[in-house]
Design a protein around this ligand. Sequence first.
Ligand SMILES: Cc1cc2nc3c(=O)[nH]c(=O)nc-3n(C[C@H](O)[C@H](O)[C@H](O)COP(=O)(O)O)c2cc1C
Length: 400
Amino acid sequence: MSLANQKIAVYVTGGIAVYKVAGLVRQLIKAGATVQVAMTQSATEFVTPLTFATLTKRPVLTDLFAVDQPDQVAHIHLADWSDLAIVAPATANVLAKLANGLADDFVTTALLATTAPKLIVPAMNEHMWLNPATQRNVQQLVTDGLTVMQPATGFLAEGYNGQGRFPEEAQIVAQATRLLTPQLLKDQVVVVTAGGTTEPLDPVRFIGNRSSGKMGYAVAQVAAMLGAKVILISTRPELAVPAQLERVIYVQTAAELQGAVQAVYDQANIVVMAAAVADFKPVQYAPQKIKKQVNQTDFQLNLTKNPDILAALGQQKTTQFLVGFAAETNDLLSNAQVKLAAKQVDLLVANDVSQTDRGFNADDNEVTLLWADGTTEKLPLTTKVTIATQILTRIAQVQK
Ligand SMILES: Cc1cc2nc3c(=O)[nH]c(=O)nc-3n(C[C@H](O)[C@H](O)[C@H](O)COP(=O)(O)O)c2cc1C
């Protein structure tokens, strides 16, 4: 999931946030895209074209009738060349022009001529944004099939708080990536569990495990990128929530996780159980901190079995595609085969968690896919996002 080899036209219009677009252009290039910038005359009042020309290593297009341009129809060439058009920042003025099909400068003429998906990133004074005329124009653009981001709320250049700020670069890059990604899971409801559960012993202690939640978050991020409505059930509130999720539900214990999954199971098309659920929990919870006694050398902890959430989902399964994860430190494949059959899952993702550069807590993973029909496939060591992409792409294919 990247912008590698994608051709992106960035149309810069005349708002105070123009300087932030330099950072956005750098991120797009870093993600692998080729970027061509065009600016309105107003935009060049804020930042000179030299900044963008230097970042992109391409001359910036500004003048519809430039006589010194070798290409007399540069606006049409840009329109046809680009895989994606981003208007950032989009002024109230350019929103009005686009909503009405005006084409009176390089930027608006190229935008009217392009058939590429269009991502509009408005930024302006709050009252300009909330003005009924602007809102009417935004509505028209959405109706016309353009993607219009909501400006962020925060401290505005005017010196007060309000809605109108240029959104975070990462959010814009995520939206751009989504618009360039085939929507293989469009409107599918994907439920993902992530992180390790914790079972409290007393108000300060718990039994837990080393699962970081990164694999589940990668699955949630990629599923959303592929157009799914993602419900993420997580034990890790400290992790940044991926863009475009439908809902995030935070839980701690296995019982809470089970309750959360059961509540949404009926509406799910795909369920990915990436969380590491504790097999056992303390028989008793001590409401006050357990004290050690004088001269005490041992401590007996009585545990009782937690419900087998995955097996229960396997039994209740109707049309859901159920994915389990098997984290093993030894005999990976034979243990995974047993789990695959016992839990009635459609796909089991087996990972070796005995090494520190993959699996639990690492950014990378190496897994073996075990399908219900008996076929297996090894996915070599790579990032968790790439693993998630490979898994979800294969599920989308078998679901067709
Ligand atoms: C200092 C200054 C800051 C401005 N900031 C914004 C802004 O953030 N958003 C906006 O929509 N217009 C802003 N404007 C108004 C636009 O520059 C003006 O509407 C202009 O005609 C837009 O032209 P363009 O859409 O062709 O780029 C600002 C104007 C000035 C003088």
